[in-house]
Design a protein around this ligand. Structure first.
Ligand code: GLY
Length: 352
């Protein structure tokens, strides 16, 4: 087989592109006529005051004709910088050694591009680093020290992300070290059944999804990951198809909650594919919960997953669902009708 170096590969790629365009076989993803311009919108799985502020600030970009990509980055940056939020960015709860390790991914539906970082330390905005991986490299994912060196090379300052509040919570956890740590068999095999109540705190994360006036779609998922995780543990958030997926022709979906279930089920990809098959965002999120529960039931476990899914479609519809025992999942929404909080469904597939 003829080996290709990077230069000859690129030459070949361009030649392919030109030829393909000439025979008209490559439709431009997401291209829609001006007559079908859509009203932009943005959502985040964070329904709290920071989530509302995130979509309100990001809306300024969308309302002035900016891109969904810029808007989701702006929204994610607001949440990452909040020191009171113990699940994302600065102030996130650390791993078992007291070190904050961040995961994030970004997808640009307009260009079918993705970037992500995992186990990134000392950088407040992992979603912006993920964007640079997407835009400035030929790779999709950078991890650990490589991701840190990459971020520093683009001028990101190193900062201590462990707030006093998060450090004190970690010290209390260390003192009460118990069967609730992550050593031992997987949670679903250990009889440690999640009640859904810790979706936002122990497994918090945020998804920011947007569609702009051109109908282009983008998304970000960013997190400090599971509190007290084993150092180096990577969750679903930086894994394209698991914690985030965007299809410019359909919509976008993101996950929060126990990343282990989300990785095994490629859940965000599943949600988007359900929407492609005609399901509404709300229905597609509920389908994902059912799919995960059914897989556990198939191996004889009535395990209750602690996940929340949010989704938008290209027409501006949105939905969210979780497997919570109490209460309903909520999300912040900003669209042409204003700023609102949407309440989704707590979905419980009936036991067979
Ligand atoms: N969903 C975030 C995590 O599991 O890390």
């Amino acid at each position: 087989m003829r080996s290709l170096n990077r230069r000859s590969f690129l030459r070949g790629s361009f030649a392919f592109g030109a030829g393909a365009a000439a025979v008209g076989r490559v439709p431009r993803l997401g291209a829609i006529p001006a007559s079908r311009q859509v009203t932009p919108m943005i959502v985040t799985s964070h329904e709290n005051a920071t989530g509302q502020r995130a979509v309100a600030e990001a809306w300024q970009i969308l309302a002035s004709g900016g891109s969904a990509l810029d808007a989701v980055e702006r929204g994610a940056n607001v949440i990452e910088a909040d020191p009171e939020d113990t699940s994302v960015g600065y102030g996130g709860l650390p791993n078992q050694d007291g070190v904050v390790q961040l995961d994030a991914s970004i997808m640009d539906g307009r260009t079918y591009s993705a970037g992500s970082v995992a186990s990134l330390e000392n950088i407040m905005h992992p979603s912006s680093v993920a964007r640079l991986v997407m835009e400035r490299t030929d790779h999709v994912m950078l991890v650990g020290p490589g991701a840190l060196a990459f971020a520093k090379s683009f001028g990101f300052p190193e900062e201590n992300l462990l707030t006093e509040r998060a450090r004190e919570i970690w010290v209390r956890w260390r003192e009460s070290h118990s069967s609730s740590d992550d050593w031992g068999p997987p949670e679903h095999l250990a009889g440690r059944v999640s009640d859904g109540g810790d979706v936002e705190s122990q497994h918090g994360t945020t998804n920011v999804l947007a569609v702009d006036a051109n109908g282009d779609i983008a998304g970000i998922t960013t997190t400090s990951g599971m509190a007290w995780k084993i150092p180096g543990r990577v969750g679903d958030s930086p894994i394209v198809g698991a914690g985030l997926y965007v299809d410019n022709a359909v919509g976008a979906a993101g996950a929060t909650g126990r990343g282990e279930d989300v990785i095994k089920s490629c859940a965000s990809y599943f949600v988007v594919m359900r929407m492609r098959d005609g399901r509404t965002p709300q229905e597609a999120c509920e389908d994902a919960i059912e799919m995960i529960v059914e897989r556990y039931r198939a191996v004889g476990l009535d395990f209750v997953p602690a996940e929340k899914f949010v989704a938008i479609n290209k027409a501006g519809a949105y939905g969210c669902a979780w497997m919570g025992i109490e209460g309903s999942p909520r999300m912040s929404v900003r669209n042409g009708e204003g700023l609102s909080t949407y309440e989704g469904t707590a979905h419980h597939p009936p036991a067979r």
